[in-house]
Ligand binder design. Structure first.
Ligand code: SF4
Length: 406
C-alpha cells in the first residue's frame, strides 16, 4: 500500500509500513487530543502514546513525548466519519482513524473501582493489565530499569497497586462482551526473586479463564523454578513473554542494572523450557531498539531466539516523560526500517510470524511495524526450520539497501 507523502524519503510515496515506522519515530501532534480512545501516560511497558489506525492497521504512536510535541506530523480534527487528515509539514499525506473509547471504561467493579483502573484497551482489541503495579527493582535508582514508568500511573491515581483475580475476571468478561476484545496481555512488576511474578499470573489467569474464553499472554521475568511454566500453562496462560529489553551485556547493565542480574544464559535456559511447554512461536521477548544495541547485535540475537522457537518482538524505544531516559532520542526511522525489514523476512522464512501467535504483544504488534514488514514477504516460500535463518552479515548487507525480497 503506497501513500502520497512528502518527507525525508526521496521518493514521492511511502509504504504504509514505512509511514508507521516514521510516525513511531517522530510521533504525532493532534488538533483534537480527545479523538478516539484515551492515550496512555506512565505505567509498565510502552507508554506516552495513542492508538492510531493507519491503512487498517492499528499502531501505537507517541503523542506525549518531547519529540512528538515537535513532530512534523499533525492529525487534523476528525470529521463525522471519524477519519482525520494526516499532514506532514502541512502537506496532506492521507487519512488516519482512532479506535473509539471502549464501553467497558464506563463501568466499575462490585467493590467500586472503575474498570479502566483495572485494565485498559491497547491497540483496538487487546485488554492489558499490570497485575502488580510495584516492582522490587523500581524503588531503587541502582536497580530500576531506566525506561520504566510503572510507579507513575499508580502515583497519579490512574490504577491500583494490586488487581485481584476477581476484579480482572470481571473486567475481562465485560471487555469481551461489550467491546469484542480478542486477547489479553497480563504483565506484572517483579514481586520477588523466586517465582518473579509467575504465581500472581497463575492466580489471575485461572480466575479470568473461569469467567470468559479469552486467550491470555503472561509476562514475567524467568522464574527460578521451571515448574512454573507448566503451572502457568495449566492455569490458562496461552503464551508467555519474557523480555530481554536489550541484548548486549553492556547495554543491559546500563539500561536495566537490576534485571541484568538475570543473565542471558538464564533467559535462554528458560526460553527452551518455556517453548517446550507453550510451543514454538508462542514464547516471545520484547527488544527495545535504540538504547545502544547495534542493528547487527539485535539481528544476531534474533537469529538465536528464532532458532530456539522464541518470537523476537523488536520495538522502537519510546522515551517516557519522568523516567531517566526521557531525553534519550527514539531510534530514527532509517535505523528501524532495515532492521525490521530484515527481521520480518527472517520470521517469515522461519514460518514463525505474528499472525500465528495466540495472544500478546507479538500478536497485537501495535508498538512496532514489524508485523507489517513480515507481510512484505507474504507469498515468499517459508522453511519452518532453524535452517531458514540467515547469517547476520548477509542479512545486514541485504537490509542496507533494500526493499521487499524473498
Ligand atoms: S504491542 Fe503490547 S504493549 Fe504494545 S499496544 Fe500491543 S499489547 Fe500493548
Amino acid at each position: 500500500m503506497q501513500l502520497n507523502v512528502v518527507g525525508p524519503t526521496s521518493s514521492s510515496s511511502i509504504s504504509s509500513q514505512d509511514l508507521i515506522t516514521e510516525l513511531q519515530w517522530l510521533g504525532l501532534r493532534l488538533d483534537d487530543p480527545s479523538a478516539g480512545a484515551a492515550g496512555r501516560k506512565g505505567g509498565a511497558g510502552p507508554s506516552d502514546h495513542k492508538a492510531v489506525t493507519v491503512q487498517g492497521r492499528t499502531v501505537m504512536v507517541p503523542i506525549h513525548t518531547h519529540a512528538a510535541h515537535q513532530s512534523p506530523y499533525v492529525a487534523r480534527k476528525p470529521g463525522e466519519d471519524g477519519l482525520s487528515t494526516l499532514e506532514r509539514d502541512g502537506v496532506v499525506v492521507g487519512s488516519i482513524g482512532f479506535p473509539r473509547q471502549p464501553r467497558f471504561y464506563g463501568l466499575q467493579t462490585f467493590d467500586g473501582i472503575p474498570y479502566w483502573k483495572i485494565a485498559v484497551l491497547h491497540s483496538s482489541d487487546v485488554l492489558a493489565t499490570t497485575v502488580l503495579q510495584n516492582c522490587i527493582r523500581y524503588q531503587n535508582q541502582a536497580t530500576t530499569c531506566q525506561f520504566c514508568a510503572i510507579g507513575q500511573s499508580l502515583k497519579a491515581g490512574k490504577t491500583v497497586a494490586r488487581k485481584t483475580p476477581q476484579q480482572l475476571a470481571e473486567v475481562a468478561r465485560a471487555a469481551v462482551l461489550l467491546d469484542g476484545v480478542k486477547h489479553m496481555v497480563m504483565t506484572t512488576g517483579t514481586p520477588n526473586l523466586t517465582d518473579r511474578g509467575a504465581r500472581v499470573l497463575c492466580e489471575s489467569a485461572f480466575e479470568i479463564k473461569g469467567a470468559v474464553d479469552l486467550p491470555i499472554q503472561g509476562q514475567c521475568e524467568p522464574p527460578d523454578d521451571n515448574a512454573w511454566f507448566r503451572r502457568m500453562r495449566e492455569a490458562g496462560i496461552d503464551t508467555l513473554g519474557m523480555h530481554l529489553e536489550a541484548v548486549e551485556p553492556a547495554v543491559r547493565a546500563r539500561i536495566m542494572p537490576g534485571k541484568a542480574s538475570v543473565s542471558l544464559d538464564q533467559y535462554f535456559d528458560a526460553f527452551e523450557v518455556a517453548v517446550d511447554v507453550f510451543g514454538r512461536g508462542q514464547v516471545s521477548t520484547y527488544i527495545l531498539a535504540g538504547l545502544g544495541d547495534t542493528p547487527e547485535a539485535i539481528i544476531r540475537m534474533c537469529e538465536r531466539l528464532i532458532a530456539v522457537g522464541v518470537y523476537p518482538f523488536v520495538v522502537p524505544f519510546v522515551p517516557i516523560s519522568g523516567t531517566a531516559l526521557e531525553a534519550h532520542p527514539a531510534p530514527r526511522a532509517d535505523f528501524m526500517r532495515p532492521l525490521l525489514r530484515e527481521l520480518g523476512g527472517m520470521l517469515h522464512r522461519a514460518g514463525m510470524t505474528s499472525a500465528d501467535i495466540k495472544a500478546g504483544c507479538g500478536k497485537c504488534g501495535a508498538c512496532s511495524s514489524l508485523s507489517a514488514y513480515e507481510q512484505e514477504h507474504a507469498g515468499c516460500a517459508t522453511a519452518p526450520s532453524t535452517q531458514s535463518v540467515t547469517p547476520v552479515a548477509a542479512a545486514m548487507t541485504k537490509a542496507a539497501g533494500s526493499v521487499s525480497t524473498c
